[in-house]
Write a protein that binds this ligand. Structure first.
Ligand code: SAM
Length: 218
């Protein structure tokens, strides 16, 4: 497939304004803001909708799914405290935008999507943009045990509970960020694995994600 991506002064300017907006909304991590300033979010939109790409809104990407709101992406990423070289499991590749942010921060990303159409698109678009995560197609509610343990686990869909099997794939000292709640709204939860059987859990703000669907989910 031939992709034609253009990142001109209009899009670069809009991206700067988005970064300024996220700062005003409380995102403080400079590296996260820098990553958002680098990744061309309009590449994940049909050209007709490029004028929507730098608004702080979620947007449909087909198959009933959305590209997450930039604030949500920044918020979840900030909570992960990504260090270069971190092995990160991302559940819900979706458009691949969040994946690119993690890669910009120097993470080694294992990303899984359950919808074949979205998976097929990202395996073409991301490498074309120069981003190379490890792509998987399937039910990520069980994590990806074959490649565990992970330094960080990020779930980008709303879960009814924290899947035990996923927790076990976190390295001791590792962090998971997962929205947990009803199908309508979820609390952002961070979990630090402090020992073989010990975890520290913190509940934060309320968000609205599309549901995590699968064996250990809805
Ligand atoms: N991070 C994405 C982005 O930047 O575009 C947004 C993700 S969207 C809010 C949530 C994604 O999770 C959807 O693409 C959905 O198909 C996917 N999903 C839901 N349940 C899943 C599961 N069990 N395994 C893998 N992906 C899942």
């Amino acid at each position: 497939m031939a992709y034609k991506f253009i990142d001109n002064y209009r899009e670069r300017g809009a991206r700067k304004q988005l970064v300024a907006l996220l700062k005003r909304r409380g995102i403080e991590d400079k590296q996260v803001l820098e990553a958002i300033g680098k990744v061309p979010r309009h590449y994940f939109f049909d050209e007709t909708f490029w004028n929507q790409a730098y608004k702080d809104i979620a947007f449909p990407i087909g198959d009933g799914q959305t590209i997450s709101q930039p604030y949500t992406v920044a918020y979840q990423t900030e909570l992960l405290h990504i260090q270069p070289g971190d092995k990160v499991l991302e559940i819900g590749t979706g458009s691949g935008y969040q994946t690119c942010i993690l890669l910009e921060l120097g993470a080694d990303v294992y990303t899984i999507e359950r919808q074949a159409n979205l998976y097929n698109r990202t395996i073409q678009v991301l490498p074309y943009m120069g981003y190379k995560p490890h792509f998987f197609l399937g039910d990520g509610s069980k994590g990806i045990p074959d490649h565990a343990p992970y330094d960080k686990i990020l779930v980008t869909a709303g879960a009814p509970f924290v899947p035990e099997v996923m927790l076990k794939q976190l390295r001791i000292g590792g962090v998971m960020v997962i929205p947990v709640g009803s199908e309508k709204e979820q609390k952002m939860v961070t979990i630090l694995r402090v020992g073989e059987q010990e975890y520290e859990r913190i509940e934060l703000d309320t968000f609205r994600f599309v549901p995590l669907v699968g064996d250990q989910a809805w």
